[in-house]
Design a protein around this ligand. Sequence first.
Ligand code: GLV
Ligand code: MN
Ligand code: MN
Length: 410
Amino acid sequence: MKQDRLAIKGARLVGRLEELAQIGAIDGNGCCRLALTDEDRRGRDLVVSWMKALGLAVTVDRIGNVVGLRAGRTAGAPVVIGSHIDTVRTGGRYDGNLGVLAGLEVVATLNDAGVTTDKPLAVAFFTNEEGARFAPDMMGSAVHQGALALDTALAAVGIDGETVGDCLNRIGYAGPEPVGTMRAAAYVELHIEQGPVLEREGVQIGAVTGVQGISWTELTIKGVSCHAGTTPMAMRHDAGYAAAEIACFVRRLAHEIGGTQVGTVGFLELAPNLVNVVANRARLTVDLRNTDEAVLRRAEERTFAFLDELAAREGVEITRRTLARFAPVDFAPEMIAMVEEEAQGLGLSTKRMPSGAGHDAQMFAPNCPSGMVFVQSHKGLSHNVAEYTAPEHLAAGANVLLKVVRRLAG
Ligand code: GLV
Ligand code: MN
Ligand code: MN
């Protein structure tokens, strides 16, 4: 059958990944395209130009999500292939980008073969998936799927003090399309695993069962600045010390809970940040994740109780602000099975596994059948310039994506 012979062109996919990676390129083969920066804009412009060249009808919505639509034989809700092209500040070239560019590769393959699917197809990239500049993460897909109000997202203030709304206007991606008007018949996302499991076990394809819950809290600690040489230890209200205790607590807590529990203090700023001045202010973030909502909630409760105890003990004031909170998400059983079957049909080995990272797919999951395909990440590295996935794994994942999309779209 003609359908079974269709295969993506790996070199074309790798070529696009490399070209996109030149925008915001940083030392070590990495990328810095923080959401809604000029680098993000240039990356967006390039992907939009590819979408148009492939004949997709491109729309931009008010939160800057970009959708390229390919008509089907019938009208109605499209099968959406999505992900993101923003990166963390020290990101690699695959996280997110693979899912979007593999979507374009699927379209190019269908175009070359003259195949029209029954249902329309859409390739989409969503604004600020990373959350590294503006919280929460998965911002564009959350607004798209009605999990976050547009106004709240537009008002979000980034780590550099700018708002999402202002930045969208500045880079020219505050689109005219109302949010959430496009419903998806199904949603599928190819992504690198970003962890070590597939490579360690020698498995080619991950059939993703769901995404673990995410809790992000920003803490601001107010202490008292004083002289580092003259102030007795017992008289200090040291915001820097309190921040350090929190980082140690979070790590101990994750070890103690075990299982899938992880805990990270990835952002820490001290003021005045000088060698001989006790810090009077600290700002830090706590990232807690677990596949089990009840356990995640207990981890949060224990952290917050520790903060109260610490504040009283050290005589500092600790205020907290929720940056992101997403419950664990299960993908539709038929989507998990479909990824598995289509991969195995291509002779690829598979493993069912949860995702440790957040993904746009989790925002679609409550509203339409949603699923994800994982491919190996070399040494499990991601959010690191050294992120790498070999071309044969990229191609394998894109071929599974093609198969799944064809099955969904008819
Ligand atoms: C998003 O990439 C996250 O999982 O932090
Ligand atoms: Mn990603
Ligand atoms: Mn990421």
